[in-house]
Design a protein around this ligand. Structure first.
Ligand code: GLC
Length: 717
């Protein structure tokens, strides 16, 4: 629709109709049983008339379902304004990819962009228009349940992934490419830093840390063209984000240049009341519209009060017009006025959803997400080996993880099923973990005696992470540690496969295993991916996107920590008055960027094209890597720097680039990185972002433990 016509549509709307556009209802309000949801209808201050004035629906999918509702709705809407259909396609629609933390372990933004393209294609065929993804909240605390939904602790990785997701979902031509979705960057802002790692809790971030580490990924998603941003449940500067005018108008809209649709998270406007910053829903509605929230998701503040508020206050009428204009523009950007059914098509749906190609892509990205943590020569396994498989998760299809939308567990292969296909059931003896726990495995003694290796599948269930699933204990469940101790007594090689949605404290596990494989929740094809890694069909290449602590007592623990005035350096080790613990090392058990391979990569020292660079220069850093093992492997080469002296405290090291290189056995390659002044900028005390002249330490390596052995000087006029 042309802009003039869109403006005329807005001008023709009554206040009630404008407010209607700002209201989002869940799909059940329009289901056949809607009359028996009188509770929510009242709770949402809904009437049959108002229902057909709303602007969007969340949680409905299916080509037939969305076409039927859109048709009915547009007939009953006075101006025939189409609905927006939105849903949580977070890491897959029907074909489920690894959880985002697992996707983060691929260090492969192109692979992540492909998962978003496939997810959009499956969802668009079912009539969806918007996905509440990517979640780009930086996270440094594995106690928080939604760590599974994030891509880790580093702003550069998160920026690369944010862009990859948005570009994958939205493509180049959102209006005409009916296989794409509008993306929604969430949760603005700082949701990943709740006090105590407890979901929905307040956030204590100083502004410099917020701007330096947490905002960049939201900014990258916005710069990539994301059409929506979702507000966060938490506070920022002790004001709930959803009612925080400074955060939403001054920062998000004015500074970061976001001009799309701002949608509240589920009930977050109504939650301004229990937060204690709004007397009632009326005050909450005024706070939220003043902060610039365009759509209210599943609370009744706008529905109950916005019409009256706007009638009493012209300034609010102006803000309402801005919000409705944002919503109408989004519908127009999606081409809904011309094509209200957009990509919804039953034939396309049946072909593109859960297709063989999509599952193949899910297998490949799951293989890339797997991180090899320990291997005392036991891996890869041999197909002729006799294997005992045990562990609470040996035959579980609960491997999709939280936020798996239409993922179907009944169509998800278990590790037992995948391994049986590879080694043949005659070589695979599957023993219930209870048998070991009760010490009653004498019946299986022949199998155990003949076995070359015991594979034990353990970890969390998918409910142990995700929304409202924070934990104060990030060790494995006790019965799994008991199982590992029992297995240790067998004097067999033990390989543990971990299914989990967060970094775990694995300090008790390491002494009990010979191999340790981090599989996260690997999605629809995860079991096959794990099997391909266990038996060497795939050489694992995953690298941790988040530090694994030695103890929960270290949290928050990140590689890019501050130096402090008393850094614990090697020469100071053992002395007392330095920044350390009495009972635990400062370092991570497994550091950011860590991941082993079935081969070995040898790094020669890195060389710099110059020792001094000016602001308009490019400094090239080169390093030669050799595959000194027996099999081909993919290595993620990581470039870290340290800004030695700055206006504010800077990290002891930070990732500023990475590249992936595949090397055959014995092959060497030189990898080069180009550094520009822009990569050396940081947030100053006055919130300006710029670089300072001075010395930078630099290093290239296989993970964040790399020593910054070289240096260069940035010179500025
Ligand atoms: C949830 C989540 C948000 C999700 C929304 C809709 O509470 O916080 O990420 O998109 O509600 O399901």
């Amino acid at each position: 629709m042309k802009i003039e016509a869109l403006k005329a549509l807005l001008e023709d709307m009554t206040i009630e109709e404008k407010v209607g556009q700002t209201i989002q209802l869940s799909a059940d309000f329009f289901s056949d049983q809607s009359e028996d949801i009188t509770g929510p209808m009242n709770e949402m201050a809904m009437t049959e008339k108002k229902k057909y004035q709303v602007g969007s629906v969340l949680g409905l999918s299916g080509a037939k379902e969305t076409i039927d509702l859109q048709k009915e709705f547009m007939e009953k809407n006075r101006q025939h304004i189409p609905l927006l259909f939105m849903a949580d396609i977070i890491h897959g629609d029907h074909t489920i990819f690894p959880i985002p933390l697992g996707l983060g372990a691929t260090w492969n933004p192109e692979a992540i962009k492909l998962t978003a393209e496939i997810s959009a294609k499956e969802a668009a065929a079912q009539g969806l228009h918007v996905t509440f993804s990517p979640m780009v909240d930086l996270v440094r605390d594995p106690r928080w349940g939604r760590v599974m939904e994030a891509t880790g602790e580093d702003k550069l990785l998160n920026k690369r992934y944010a862009r990859a997701f948005v570009e994958g979902y939205q493509g180049e031509d959102l209006k005409n490419d009916l296989t794409k979705l509008a993306a929604c960057v969430k949760h603005f802002a700082g949701y990943g830093a709740p006090r105590g790692g407890r979901d929905y809790n307040s956030v204590d971030l100083n502004e410099n840390t917020l701007r330096e580490h947490y905002l960049p990924a939201y900014q990258e998603g916005i710069d990539a063209g994301a059409k929506l941003v979702m507000t966060a449940f938490n506070t920022i500067d002790n004001i709930p984000a959803t009612g925080n005018k400074g955060l939403m108008r001054d920062v998000l809209r004015d500074e970061m240049g976001f001009d799309g649709v701002l949608i509240s998270d589920w009930g977050a406007i109504g939650e301004l009341v229990p937060h204690g910053v709004a007397e009632d829903n009326r005050a909450a509605a005024k706070q939220a519209i003043t902060a610039g929230v365009d759509i209210e998701m599943m609370s009744a503040a706008y529905s109950e009060h916005l019409v009256d508020l706007v009638k009493q206050d012209d300034s609010l009428a102006t803000l309402l017009n801005e919000s409705v204009w944002n919503i109408l523009r989004l519908k127009n950007d999606l081409g809904l006025f011309e094509q209200p059914y957009r990509g919804a098509d039953e034939e396309t749906e049946s072909q593109s959803v859960f297709s063989t190609d999509n599952k193949q892509a899910a297998l490949t990205v799951a293989e890339q997400s797997i991180v090899l943590l320990e291997n005392n020569g036991v891996l890869p396994l041999n197909k002729e080996d006799r294997i005992v498989l045990t562990g609470q998760r040996r035959d579980s299809n609960d491997i999709l993880g939280a936020w798996s939308w239409k993922g179907d567990l009944s169509k998800t292969e278990t590790l037992k099923e995948a391994m049986s296909k590879t080694v043949g059931s005659e070589n695979l003896s599957v023993i219930d973990d209870a048998t070991f726990l009760e010490g009653q495995y004498s019946f299986f003694m022949d199998d155990i005696r003949l076995a070359d290796t015991v594979v034990v599948a353990i970890g969390e269930s998918s409910e142990m992470s995700g929304e409202a699933a924070s934990r104060t204990n990030i060790k494995l469940p006790e019965n799994q540690l008991v199982l590992l101790r029992e297995l240790k007594k067998l004097n067999k090689k033990v390989v543990a496969v971990l299914f989990n949605g967060r970094p775990l404290d694995l300090s008790d596990v390491i002494p009990l295993v010979d191999g340790l494989v981090e599989a996260w929740f690997p999605g629809t094809m995860g079991a096959q991916a794990i099997t391909n890694v266990l038996f060497g069909k795939v050489n694992p290449s995953g690298k941790l996107p988040m530090s694994f602590p030695r103890s929960i007592g270290q949290i928050p623990l990140t590689y890019n920590e501050d130096s402090t005035g008393r850094p614990l350096t090697d020469e100071k080790r053992g002395e007392k008055y330095f920044s350390r613990y009495l009972d635990t090392e400062n370092t991570a058990l497994y550091p950011f960027g860590f991941g082993r391979s079935y081969t070995r990569f040898e790094y020669a020292g890195c060389t710099l094209s110059k020792q001094t660079m000016s602001a308009d220069d490019v400094l090239t850093v080169s390093v030669t890597i050799k595959n000194t093992g027996e099999v081909e492997g993919l290595e993620t080469v990581q470039l870290y720097i340290r800004d030695k002296v700055a206006e504010v405290v800077r990290p002891v090291k930070e990732l500023i680039d990475f590249k992936q290189v595949t090397l055959t056995a014995g092959e060497s390659k030189t990898v080069s990185f180009e550094i520009t002044e822009a990569q050396l900028r940081y947030t100053h005390a006055d919130n300006t972002v710029s670089s300072d002249a001075g010395t930078f330490l630099i290093g290239v390596g296989t993970d964040s433990r790399v020593s910054l052995s070289e240096s260069f000087v940035l010179e500025k006029e």
